[in-house]
Design a protein around this ligand. Structure first.
Ligand SMILES: Nc1ncnc2c1ncn2[C@@H]1O[C@H](COP(=O)(O)OP(=O)(O)O)[C@@H](O)[C@H]1O
Ligand SMILES: [Mg+2]
Length: 316
């Protein structure tokens, strides 16, 4: 066996294709995810993220290609795969007639766990997710963020080797989003592999070891956050802070210059993306006499990467 085969991938995807009639939702998709890593799949609505997760979690069959979870074939070993994965689907699917704790107990029993095993485990998970005080309450009385945390806890009851989270924070307010993603982050460092999808760029940036960007069923880019940012080779981003009321007028002027690739304005601050830093000379000339407080070089974000790779803003 080649030495490269020795490093085990938790997830291997080869030329995976899924068509819904005429529409190709996944198009010859290839990917490997390392064991124990947090992997983020990023893409706008309709990119094909849920389709990919549904195939990996054996809820749906691919049209072509193959996928393996911990070496098991999603096509023929679905049962074994379902025993060792945890799934948080895009919609909360809690049983509203069971308390929070009973939701977890039912899941444990469906996975054939013995009571003496799952009792401790459920105590620990309720504690970890900050729900111990509400375990006797029904999910309908929970906030969106608490329901989401309960779904994550449920996916963890049987100690899965691979955890799939499909947009775990979509639809939550910023505070609940932060809470959910901090709980997810606290799971890192174990041997569990975490595969999550999101369309929030900053979330992927903060949580994931590696990120893939997909759109229209295809992989656009893959790497660490830093590697993806480095792909924006020449482009540099500057923020110009105007004094007084003239930001609007100068934003229009800057926006019309060919060396300005992108521009956005928040009140007195205008942020421009330039082809290269040398273009700054043209900008300074254009702004001579303008009430500029300061011009500062900005850190490039994953959003800049996304825009430069897809040529469009993230669709909400
Ligand atoms: N069951 C289905 N039947 C037909 N088209 C579907 C079905 N599920 C998803 N699609 C289409 O496939 C594409 C990918 O959808 P999806 O995987 O849900 O994307 P994402 O999760 O990234 O938003 C979209 O164009 C969507 O409309
Ligand atoms: Mg989806």
């Amino acid at each position: 066996m080649e030495s490269s085969d020795m490093t085990t991938a938790a997830i291997i995807i080869r030329s995976l294709t899924k068509s819904y009639g005429e529409l190709t939702a996944l198009d010859s998709f290839d990917l490997e995810v390392d064991q124990g890593s947090i992997f983020g799949l990023l893409g706008p609505n309709g990119a094909g993220k849920t389709t990919l997760i549904r195939i990996l979690t054996t809820l749906m069959r691919q049209s072509k290609g193959e996928a393996f979870i911990e070496g098991l074939d999603t096509g023929s070993e679905g049962r074994a795969i379902r025993c060792m994965i945890g799934v948080v689907s895009q919609e909360n699917s809690l049983d509203r007639y069971l308390t929070a704790r009973e939701n977890l107990e039912l899941h444990a029993r469906l996975h054939g766990m013995e009571k003496r095993l799952y009792k401790r485990r459920i105590d620990d998970l309720l504690e970890l997710m900050g729900l111990a005080g509400r375990q006797k309450d029904f999910p309908d009385t929970f906030s969106g963020g608490m329901q989401r945390r309960l779904v994550v806890a449920r996916a963890l009851v049987h100690q899965p080797r691979v955890l799939f989270l499909d947009e775990p924070t979509t639809g939550l307010d910023p505070q609940s989003r932060r809470a959910v993603w901090e709980y997810v982050r606290s799971l890192a460092g174990s041997s569990m592999t975490i595969f999550l999808t999101t369309h929030y760029l900053e979330e992927a940036e903060q949580l994931c070891d590696r990120i893939a960007i997909m759109d229209h069923g295809r992989m656009i880019a893959i790497g660490s956050t830093q590697e993806l940012k480095d792909r924006l080779t020449g482009a540099t981003v500057y923020e110009i802070d105007f004094a007084g009321q003239e930001a609007d007028r100068y934003a229009a002027l800057l926006g019309s210059m060919p060396c300005v690739l992108g521009i956005r304005q928040i009140e007195n601050k205008v942020t421009i993306t330039l082809e290269c830093w040398e273009c700054l000379a043209e900008i300074v000339t254009a702004l001579s006499g303008a009430p500029v407080r300061r011009i500062s070089l900005q850190e490039r974000t994953l959003e800049d990467v996304f825009i430069s790779l897809t040529g469009e803003k993230v669709r909400e």
